[in-house]
Design a binder for this molecule. Structure first.
Ligand code: NAG
Ligand code: NAG
Ligand code: NAG
Length: 220
């Protein structure tokens, strides 16, 4: 009962999110593999999708063990600019295309090095155009990036695999117990039937004997 209610709730929530529009804000991945490319995700949905707006994007980076953030990337009406030599020729825009109304500010790091481990922060500077005024907001998101030599599996995936085995083994044990139980029940039922049949016969003989005796007694 509780489980089905939860499922229903989850279904309704996802339908609600779907009906509200396609924009969702999933968290970025946080583990990159050295030497490969990596997409640093950063999404900020406009709360009022009917209002037109423009946004510019800045990315900042603070290396692991460093004290300060520095500016690495800008994306505005003039296009992308890489602001730091450490990232020169290594960053591509993966965000909203052909629209000044940016909601996806993801960037793609090419050829990730261990020095890219650290904290990334993206800022949306957004201006919303209402009839009589403009409204500017700043939204920021943080991504903690770890660079590893080889891809490790996410904990969620390991946990779900273990759960799958536990479930399968559990079901099989349950099936086995059920089979043993049924087998025992059937065999006792069989024995009982035999015993009952024997009892019935004995009783029949006994009562016959009794009848005879009674007959004898009555006859006397
Ligand atoms: C992001 O950009 C990289 C490099 O330009 C490209 O290989 C990759 O397919 C892009 N990914 C997405 C999701 O747009
Ligand atoms: C990636 O970086 C390493 C070391 O920084 C370099 O040796 C290698 O050539 C680079 N690979 C590409 C495809 O740029
Ligand atoms: C990483 O940082 C160290 C120390 O700042 C530097 O010596 C090294 O050349 C850097 N490596 C790369 C691949 O940028």
């Amino acid at each position: 009962m509780a489980v089905s209610n939860l499922l229903l709730l989850a279904l309704l929530c996802s339908m609600f999110a779907y009906c509200r529009g396609a924009c969702a804000e999933p968290d970025s991945d946080t583990e990159a593999v050295a030497g490969k490319g990596f997409k640093l995700g950063c999404l900020s949905c406009k709360r009022r999708s009917e209002v037109t707006g423009t946004a510019t994007v800045q990315w900042y980076f603070r290396g692991k063990g460093e004290a300060d953030f520095y500016h690495i990337y800008t994306y505005n009406e003039e296009g992308p600019t890489i602001e730091s030599d450490n990232f020169m020729d290594r960053v591509d825009w993966n965000g909203s295309k052909r629209s000044p109304d940016i909601q996806d500010a993801s960037i793609y790091l090419l050829n990730v090095t261990f020095n890219d481990s650290g904290t990334y922060q993206c800022f949306f500077n957004r201006i919303l155009f209402y009839d009589n005024y403009e409204y500017s907001t700043t939204v920021s998101k943080v991504v903690h990036l770890t660079v590893v030599a080889k891809a490790t599996r996410g904990t969620a995936s390991i946990v779900s695999e273990v759960m799958m085995y536990v479930t399968i083994i559990g079901l099989q044990v349950w099936l086995l117990i059920e089979m043993i139980y049924c087998y025992k029940k059937i065999s006792t039922a069989g024995e009982e039937a035999l015993r009952e049949a024997a009892n019935a016969e004995y009783l029949a003989i006994a009562s016959e004997g009794k009848d005879n005796c009674a007959g004898v007694q009555v006859g006397e």
